[in-house]
Ligand binder design. Structure first.
Ligand SMILES: Cc1cc2nc3c(=O)[nH]c(=O)nc-3n(C[C@H](O)[C@H](O)[C@H](O)COP(=O)(O)OP(=O)(O)OC[C@H]3O[C@@H](n4cnc5c(N)ncnc54)[C@H](O)[C@@H]3O)c2cc1C
Length: 388
């Protein structure tokens, strides 16, 4: 049990997601990590179970479970497997920019297909030369013949090789302001779009990460999602609105690691009792449990903020706190739980070394743990967070 109580409808969803995770995800998790192949059959099973439809409103073909519902499903799936959790999240990462910034027509064109698993998308912001400093991206969107021509290279894009469309952040040179950013939705089969370097990763290896290259890619005017002068604000809103989903991956990983380590320590004999009888081991696990209960409350509160339509500047520090807390917890939990297993934890006979490798990604993606602190710190400085 947990002290964080959600509406009963979410608890029903939790039971379904838990069952799915045990039957479909757990048996595949280790193999997924080793083969490094995208699991098409697992994706189809996710679609059939309705997981890709969760964060999408009913009028666009989804089930309207919102970010809270998505976090519930992600938390359950990531108790066993981060790659599977990222696959669930990717439906929101692809549809999110359209939901936050797209017109009704743009939404109708893409979002129902994402909900039904007919099309997959990737979010393309990071470039080889810049990640955290988003206002320094150099991918260009030059106006031409009533539309735009895109040129640039995006790096570390999750799901790039299996995506059917990309949400691409670019700079529009003839628009005013230092942050003349705009988002475009670009079909994968557009002329000039190609996959560059495919990364070899330390963790989350079931979902490919790759460069996406745009060479003189012609897109129509209605491929543009964000209005002139508002690009940076829309980018921040898109990132804020997705962050609870990344944070939920940290909750699942920490909870899964904690349960596994506690079960192991309960049966492992040492010094005339079990490992779990040792207070030093109890304290290690207790610290993770304390962190988990706190992070869970922050993550579901931030997801509820997003569902209430609050993911702008006022909500940003709370969402950032939740993301940083859950990501940092996942890294600590995977390290400490591996320690509880001793030598066994280091071996691939147990999942802990995989959790350890997978956890680190969470402190980097969707804004690093430092960038989350930067958001919180600036909010304190500027009076957004007042602690009155
Ligand atoms: C597995 C994986 C999947 C990814 N998937 C995607 C994806 O789907 N789409 C996408 O667009 N990107 C994706 N990324 C990229 C990810 O979002 C970036 O790696 C991340 O934003 C950091 O950018 P960077 O790597 O350029 O690091 P940098 O920005 O170069 O940062 C390097 C270090 O400096 C720190 N730092 C930077 N600026 C500051 C500051 N102002 N204050 C304090 N510390 C700072 C950072 O926290 C970090 O520790 C993915 C990355 C990984 C590893």
């Amino acid at each position: 049990m947990t002290l964080v109580k959600l509406d009963p409808s979410y608890e029903e969803l939790r039971a379904v997601a838990r069952d799915f995770a045990r039957k479909e995800v757990l048996p595949r998790a280790a193999e997924l990590d080793q083969s490094m192949e995208y699991p098409e059959a697992l994706f189809r099973a996710m679609v059939d179970a309705g997981l890709t439809a969760l964060p999408i409103p009913e009028e666009l073909g989804g089930s309207g479970a919102g970010m809270v519902g998505l976090c519930v499903a992600i938390e359950e799936v990531t108790r066993y497997c981060q790659s599977a959790g990222l696959m669930v999240l990717l439906s929101r990462l692809a549809a999110g920019p359209l939901l936050v910034s797209g017109s009704p027509e743009q939404q109708r064109r893409y979002v129902p297909d994402v909900a039904a698993g007919r099309r997959r998308g990737s979010f393309c912001l990071t470039e080889p030369q810049t990640g955290s400093d988003t206002s320094a991206i150099t991918t260009g969107a030059r106006r031409s013949g009533g539309g735009y021509v895109l040129d640039g290279r995006k790096a570390y894009i999750s799901g790039a090789t299996v995506a059917d469309f990309y949400v691409v952040w670019a700079r529009v040179p003839d628009e005013e302001g230092p942050r003349n950013l705009a988002a475009f939705v670009v079909d994968r089969d557009s002329a000039g779009v190609s996959i560059g370097h495919i990364d070899e990763k330390m963790g989350v290896r079931g979902v490919p990460t790759a460069e996406v290259v745009f060479e003189s890619v012609v897109v129509p005017a209605d491929a543009r999602l964000t209005p002139p002068g508002k690009g940076f604000a829309h980018l921040m809103a898109q990132l804020n609105s997705a962050r609870p989903g990344v944070a939920a991956r940290g909750l699942g990983l920490a909870g899964g690691a904690l349960r596994y380590a506690a079960d192991y320590a309960r049966q492992r004999q040492a010094f005339g009792g079990t490992l779990l009888d040792l207070q030093a081991v109890q304290f290690l696990l207790a610290d993770i449990a304390i962190g988990l209960e706190g992070a869970r409350s922050m993550v579901y509160n931030s997801a509820a903020l997003v569902d209430s339509g609050s993911y702008g500047k006022e909500a940003a520090p709370y969402i950032a706190m939740a993301k940083a807390a859950a990501a940092d917890l996942a890294v600590k939990a995977s390290s400490d739980c591996l320690q509880v297993l001793g030598g066994a934890g280091y071996m691939m006979d147990h999942p802990m070394e995989r959790y350890y490798r997978d956890a680190k990604q969470l402190q980097i993606v969707e804004g690093t743990s430092q960038i989350q602190r930067l958001i919180v710190g600036r909010s304190i400085r500027d009076g957004g967070l007042t602690f009155d």
